[in-house]
Design a protein around this ligand. Structure first.
Ligand code: TAP
Length: 500
């Protein structure tokens, strides 16, 4: 493993307000965010109150109930989304810079997040034009059924810190395409690009009150959104624990929920895989976004016949990965989100050792030279992890790969499915029977075959089991933000029920 030199630390502190009803304004309190690689303060966010949240909800409610947005044609909403995509493209480098500095991710990845987000906005623009209801004209003479799709109303969006812009973009453009109005609450640590998006929406001509952002803590602002009776749907991405708190808080209002929660994905390597591609893929799966990724391939399940040789190659490659400051153009891995998280990861690795695992490489903090003072962790591979070890089940959310061997397809499927999560898994095999039969038996919302952490705006993603429910992206992601209404029409005279 090598480390790269520090990149440009000359950053002005960016100041963000609350974005409510078309106006950006300061709050009574604020918080500061430091770049986790350098410790330098890069942003100042408004800390919204429950009253601020109520004001934003009222604006979104008014716009949904009597504003123009839900009543516009799909073509008009599509045009707006295309304008938004154009502005995001204009500001792409700025957005990537903010994303890297606030979250600690390498700038190269942040650029990918921004272009992925633009792709989602453009895809949502196409759905605004093309999605429509259905007519049943085969119900017999004089009876016609219209199945319409209406926007589901005011949507609350609560998002985490690992992909601030991308995860917002898996929700916002689809909700806007459907005609919903929105109140978003980003993570307190990485709120910059969400407020930037509100600014761009306004520049693109979105009416005031359609998209509101209330930054601040989950326990205040997030909780206010969860409990509100004026919000029709809550779309949440984050931990299973907070998701459960939100579900309970939302229950009295019976609002619709979409829950994108934690994960513990497996990379399953069969002996007939392209082992070079699998080595790159397994490492990418666990180290992508420094392991702070819900679909991170945190568990390697490898066939016992090839395990030793495969691990030798994997460890050698892991040692060449470049960890660097977020703005370093050459960094593959960046900084972790906060100190407590880094310490939690180290504690989980220590617990794994106590449970009998062997650390093959990594396992420690990095802090030499340009990384001094930053929150950096070595890429870590932990062998001999049995299914009863805690680290086999718990989300680590860092650059830590566990290794477990299997001998049959049944055993591989059993191990992959043995965790409470079900977000994604990857299979490495050149045998179509093995690959497809295994894919069909895995309990996860996504399965990748001979690829990993891949995707396209057309392809939905989401979880099963404790990874949540609901889908984002694709047509399914758009439909989440719609309500089905059936209109039944009798023409002519219907035979009477009453005889007199
Ligand atoms: P969480 O701690 O769950 O926080 C997510 C969001 O919920 C933040 O905006 C947070 O606000 C807010 N929140 C906290 N307490 C709340 C409450 N009582 N009521 C309402 N909102 C509340 O997650 P995180 O640490 O930011 O992100 C990591 C987690 O997200 C991992 O478990 C990961 O697997 C999951 N994740 C899942 C997916 C998908 S697609 N399934 C994608 C990415 C991440 P503050 O933190 O600002 O207070």
């Amino acid at each position: 493993m090598t480390t790269t030199t520090a990149a440009d630390p000359t950053t002005e502190v960016r100041k963000y307000g609350l974005f409510i009803d078309g106006t950006e304004r300061p709050a009574a309190k604020h918080s500061e965010r430091a770049n986790p690689g350098t410790g330098q303060v890069v942003a100042r966010f408004a800390r919204g109150s429950a009253e601020d949240a109520a004001e934003a909800i009222a604006a979104a409610r008014r716009e949904f109930d009597s504003g123009t947005w839900p009543r516009l044609s799909g073509a008009a909403r599509s045009q707006f989304l295309h304008r938004l995509a154009g502005l995001m493209r204009r500001d792409a480098e700025k957005l990537a810079h903010i994303e890297a500095e606030e979250s600690g991710k390498p700038i190269r990845l942040a650029r990918g997040d921004v272009s992925g987000s633009i792709g989602l906005v453009e895809f949502a623009a196409s759905l605004a034009m093309t999605e429509h209801g259905a007519i049943y004209d085969n119900l017999g003479e004089g009876f016609t059924g219209l199945v319409t799709r209406e926007p589901c109303g005011v949507v609350g969006m609560i998002t985490p810190w690992n992909f601030p812009l991308l995860l917002l973009s898996q929700k916002l453009p689809f909700a806007l395409a459907a005609g919903c109005t929105v109140v978003a609450k980003p993570s307190e640590l990485t709120s910059g690009t969400t407020v930037e998006t509100a600014r761009l929406c306004q520049e693109a001509g979105l009416p005031a009150g359609v998209f509101n952002v209330v930054t601040g803590s989950g326990s205040v602002v997030g909780s206010a959104l969860s409990k509100s009776f004026d919000i029709d749907m809550l779309s949440f991405t984050g931990s299973t624990q907070v998701g459960n708190t939100i579900s309970a808080a939302a229950a009295p209002s019976a609002k619709r929920l979409s829950m994108e929660l934690g994960g513990k994905a497996a990379s399953i390597v069969f002996p007939d895989a392209d082992l070079e591609a699998a080595t790159e893929g397994v490492l990418f799966a666990v180290l992508f976004n420094t392991g702070e990724c819900c679909v991170s391939g945190a568990r390697l399940l490898v066939h016992e016949d090839i395990a030793d040789a495969f691990l030798e190659g994997l460890v050698a490659k892991a040692r060449t990965v470049r960890t660097g400051q977020p703005l370093d153009e050459d960094a593959d891995l960046g900084a972790l989100i906060h100190e407590q998280h880094l310490n939690d990861i180290l504690a989980k690795v220590a617990q794994a050792r106590e449970d009998g695992a062997t650390v093959l490489t990594g396992g420690g903090r990095l802090g030499a030279d340009s990384l001094a003072g930053g929150l950096f962790l070595e890429p870590t591979i932990v062998d001999n992890v049995t299914p009863d070890a805690r680290i086999f089940h718990e989300e680590v959310f860092g650059p830590v790969l566990t290794v477990t061997r299997f001998s049959t397809v049944d055993e591989a499927v059993g191990l992959a499915n043995a965790v409470e999560y079900g977000l994604a898994n990857s299979i490495w095999s050149k045998n179509i029977d093995t690959a497809l039969n295994t894919a069909r038996r895995l309990r996860s919302g996504t399965v990748w075959v001979n690829t990993t952490i891949d995707g396209a705006p057309q392809l939905p993603g989401g979880g099963v089991k404790r990874s949540g429910y609901g889908r984002e992206m694709g047509v399914a992601g758009y439909e989440e933000f719609t309500e089905v209404k059936t209109i039944q029409i009798r023409t002519g005279v219907k035979e009477p029920f009453f005889r007199s």
